[in-house]
Design a protein around this ligand. Structure first.
Ligand code: CFM
Length: 549
């Protein structure tokens, strides 16, 4: 299939790629050419893309750091862990309440919610010179005395690694002294090439220190964990509503609306569902090895994908009650969604979208656009790996480089007491035969049209080139890109924080999204907008020279 939509036939992607690369020094061009791909799908197989490699110094990237991936993304949304940033105050401050992950403290007895606080050791020059372990010990003690939390986690920022503070021995010592769960992460910002390294480190830590520490088996006929759902704008609440309506118990969500106790007995569930493959596939893999819980990839972004994911769960259990209930729920929820889409589609049909976000949403949200007839013409991840683009089939081909070798791979074996295969080998094979693919993710590119552009770790310059050539009807990215793009007269939807909107997951979320996109792509304001330099290309100014000041 080739792309068609308003005006996009006039852009030649091959020529555009050439034009982009020409402006770079030859060495930079040679690197970027591997990360800018014109999509082709041949029997599910797509071209190779360069991903998860270092950003070239001097290029303005969208990426964040390892600390952001560990503390901000994976552990941050857990309301009853006191998360202490060990470092200078800026790292703690700028990762404080910026991600719009919602939580419901009333669902845990003690009502603890520490997410509204910003805990930091506030390292000063003295600590950099003489070491910061003493200050860290004091911070843990102080947090314990004031809040009496169930757990405390410590996150290392760049200087901690540079001066060699041993956060792990401090946390071990304090765990023994205070008798609560205390653990640390060596997630210094400079590790790896992006926040993706921090996800892996967070996965290792939570797997080692929390999962499997409570064997209580809770009630529930169909018990699942939802992995890689962070409850941005309330997405997790909508997914919980739908799953609960189907009679499925969400034992633990990693880590939207989560509490530490839920992580502790996640190993008692029947099935792991993965929403965001990039940030949490490691936990799923390790839980399967250690406890025997299989995992499947799901996607609750888009009404059709939600229905498809629910049917996948039904197939896994294979019980008539559940299969019937899920069909009932889909039949109940769909008409409202269809009605909204049908009403909106005449206004959005054929309009174009670009998505440059993170490590999973640039893929998932294409589905929502298609549901209202819009066309994703270019997309890319900030920090996805090749498997997120091309599918997990390429995993064996991915070379381990110096940056990925920096991140520990845990050796995981069967837990002698707790390992219990949820399905026999024959049952698993039977399900696979029926099309339930376990441990699989097909990636973004096979879902995209031929001739669309896929750009990994897009730079600001490349973004501007794409916009000038294609003039998409909407661009999806984050706060760092928002105003640059809006000044070019293109509306920008933040797909990290959702601006002030959401939820967009599940059935009700889809309706919210259609409506918002309709308003954004059909508002005239963007076409009427003129930057000051477009109206008056020559700006004049006066300056005064005051020698004695
Ligand atoms: Fe996963 Fe995420 Fe994403 Fe991500 Fe993120 Fe995020 Fe994201 Mo921002 S975990 S990879 S590190 S879905 S914070 S909730 S929106 S970049 S696409």
């Amino acid at each position: 299939m080739t792309v068609s939509g308003q005006g996009i036939e006039t852009v030649d992607p091959v020529g555009l790629k050439k034009e982009i690369l020409e402006k770079y020094p030859a060495k930079v061009g040679r690197k970027r050419t591997k990360q800018i791909i014109i999509n082709k799908v041949d029997d599910g197989v797509v071209p190779e893309i360069g991903a998860n490699v270092r950003t070239i110094p001097g290029i303005i990237t969208q990426r964040g750091c390892c600390y952001a991936g560990c503390k901000g993304v994976v552990l941050g949304p857990t309301r009853d862990i006191v998360n202490i940033t060990h470092g200078p105050i800026g790292c703690g401050f700028y990762s404080w309440l910026t991600r719009r992950n919602q939580t419901n403290p009333e669902s845990t007895e003690d009502g603890h919610n520490f997410m509204t606080y910003c805990f930091s050791t506030d390292m000063q020059e003295e600590n950099i010179v003489f070491g910061g372990e003493k200050k860290l010990r004091q911070a843990i003690q102080e947090a314990y005395d004031i809040f009496h939390p169930k757990a405390i986690a410590v996150f290392s920022t760049c200087p901690v690694g540079l001066i060699g503070d041993d956060v792990h021995s401090v946390t071990r010592e304090m765990k023994e002294k205070l008798g609560i769960n205390i653990f640390g992460f060596s997630c210094e910002g400079y590790k790896g090439v992006s926040q993706s390294a921090g996800h892996h480190i967070a996965n290792n830590g939570i797997f080692t220190h929390v999962i499997g520490t409570d064997d209580t088996v809770h009630d529930g006929r169909y018990k699942i964990n939802l992995l890689g759902e962070y409850n941005i704008g309330g997405d997790g609440f909508e997914i919980d509503r739908v799953l609960e309506k189907c009679g499925i118990s969400v034992q633990s969500t990693f880590s939207g609306n989560s509490s530490i106790d839920k992580f502790a007995n996640a190993h008692t569930s029947d099935l792991n569902l993965i929403m965001c493959h990039r940030s949490i596939n490691y936990v799923a893999e390790m839980m399967e090895k250690k406890y025997g819980i299989p995992w499947v990839k799901v996607n609750f972004i888009g009404a059709e994908s939600t229905a498809k994911s629910l049917r996948k769960i039904a197939q896994y259990y294979g019980e008539k009650d559940l299969i019937d209930r899920i069909e009932e729920v889909i039949t109940e929820e769909m008409p409202e969604v269809k009605k909204a889409a049908d009403e909106i589609r005449p206004r959005t049909q054929g309009k174009t979208a670009m998505l440059f976000v993170g490590g999973s949403r640039a893929h998932h949200y294409q589905e929502l656009f298609r549901e209202i007839g819009m066309i994703p013409i270019a997309a890319g991840y900030e920090f996805g790996h090749r498997d997120d683009y091309e599918g997990r089939r390429v995993l064996p081909e991915i070379k381990v480089d110096a940056d990925s070798r920096n991140i520990e791979e845990l050796e995981v074996t069967h837990d002698l007491e707790r390992y219990r295969p949820r399905k026999s080998k024959e049952e698993m094979e039977g399900l696979a035969g029926k099309g339930v693919s376990f441990r699989d993710y097909e990636g973004m590119m096979p879902d995209m049209d031929e001739g669309t552009l896929v750009v990994d770790d897009i730079s600001e310059y490349e973004t501007e080139m794409l916009i000038d050539k294609y003039r998409p009807d909407i661009f999806c990215a984050g706060i760092k890109e928002k105003f640059v793009i809006q000044k070019k007269g293109i509306p920008l939807k933040q797909l990290h924080s959702y601006d002030s909107g959401g939820p967009y997951a599940g059935f009700k979320g889809a309706i919210n999204f259609y409506r918002e996109i309709d308003r954004m792509v059909n508002s005239r304001i963007w076409k009427n907008l003129k930057a000051p330099w477009q109206k008056n290309p020559e700006l004049s100014a006066k300056y005064a020279y005051m020698p004695n000041r």
